[in-house]
Design a protein around this ligand. Structure first.
Ligand code: AMP
Length: 112
């Protein structure tokens, strides 16, 4: 989508700190990190949220999780939190599906 910031990162049109890429997913560091490791894993396909991705490309949902696991392991962490904010009230601000990968500090529950 022309005005989607994550589509532009996937296309290499704007810079990002890439940490992993596969045929269907791209991982890059969040601009505003909330943990020592905070990476976003996004599908190359533009979909608004993870539920839409599950409908259109179910295998890519699994791929996002595999990439997240590998990024965490490569950074030397064992514990991590995966988050898909879905909808404005849940904190979603970019409407291209993305998996937040957070690691490197203790994390409280419930989340804010
Ligand atoms: P969400 O609020 O769940 O939609 O998450 C969007 C995330 O994208 C936020 O954590 C932002 O810090 C992050 N973000 C926005 N623009 C960029 C960018 N150009 N590069 C990396 N991360 C970004």
């Amino acid at each position: 989508m022309a005005d989607c910031i994550f589509c532009k990162i996937v296309a290499g049109e704007i810079p990002a700190d890439l940490v992993a890429q596969t045929e269907t997913a791209v991982a890059f560091r969040d601009l505003n990190p909330q943990a020592p490791l905070h990476v976003l894993v996004v599908p190359r396909t533009h979909v608004a949220n993870v539920a839409e991705l599950a409908d259109r490309e179910a295998e890519t949902v699994a791929e996002l999780v595999r990439v997240a696991r590998d990024v965490v392991a490569d950074a030397g962490h064992e514990s991590y939190r995966l988050v898909f904010n879905t909808g404005e009230e849940a904190g979603q601000s970019v409407f291209h599906a993305h998996l937040h990968v957070l690691a490197g500090r203790p994390q409280s529950w419930p989340p804010g």
